[in-house]
Design a protein around this ligand. Structure first.
Ligand code: IMP
Ligand code: MG
Length: 184
């Protein structure tokens, strides 16, 4: 994988210290609450795994499936949500976790969907915030890093279902992206 990387955008140390900071904020905000975390698959898996292990109290955990990109780096017009919660949402303090907010389509759709289950509170938390391409009226409640327009991979984020296991966030070399789907 190393040979495919053009540039490391956020390194492991930066991620570790940001997550520690975020965990302190979340511990403070949720310490007295019964806390439910809903992770958006698959991109949030690595972020989720590292983050929840910094939390010293019980967390109820569930996941929701969303697909936006498939084999392209252009967002599809519509995000598909495949939902089937295994735990109660009603009356719970829910935090939705995702790897990145870009246009806002995924997070908006999932937050709206979860709202219909009447949670006691509902907030969102992302690792990356691509602020320059928002199309939907939504901002994350917690966010670790702002990033630019370059399509990134690693730490859970994929290109064509690869590179999720890189321990940092990186931009791939041009030749690694399929030319027809590449963001300019
Ligand atoms: P949005 O719906 O446009 O906000 O896009 C959010 C979803 O698209 C995220 O959950 C990611 O799975 C995916 N995504 C957006 N940008 C990138 C990227 O740069 N690399 C990998 N996945 C991305
Ligand atoms: Mg995703």
């Amino acid at each position: 994988m190393e040979k495919d990387i053009a540039k490391v955008v956020i390194n492991e140390g930066q991620i570790r210290s940001k997550l520690f900071e975020l965990s302190k904020t979340l511990i403070n905000d949720y310490k007295d609450k019964e806390w439910t975390v809903i992770a958006i698959l698959n991109g949030s898996l690595v972020f989720l795994a590292d983050l929840i292990r910094l939390i010293p109290f019980p967390i109820r955990l569930d996941t929701v499936d969303a697909t936006t990109y498939g084999e392209s780096t252009f967002p599809k017009a519509e995000t598909k949500v495949m939902r089937q919660f295994k735990i109660d949402i009603e009356g719970k303090h829910v935090l939705v976790i995702d790897d990145i907010i870009d246009t806002g389509s995924t997070l908006k759709m999932i937050m709206d969907d979860i709202k219909s289950y009447s949670p006691r509170s509902l907030k969102s938390c992302v690792l990356l915030n691509r602020t320059g391409r928002r199309r939907f009226n939504i901002e994350p409640d917690y966010s670790c890093f702002d990033i630019g327009d370059d399509f990134v991979v690693g730490y859970g984020l994929d290109y064509n279902n690869k590179y999720r296991n890189l321990p940092f966030i990186a931009v791939l070399k041009d030749e690694c992206y399929r030319s027809e789907g590449r963001i300019a």
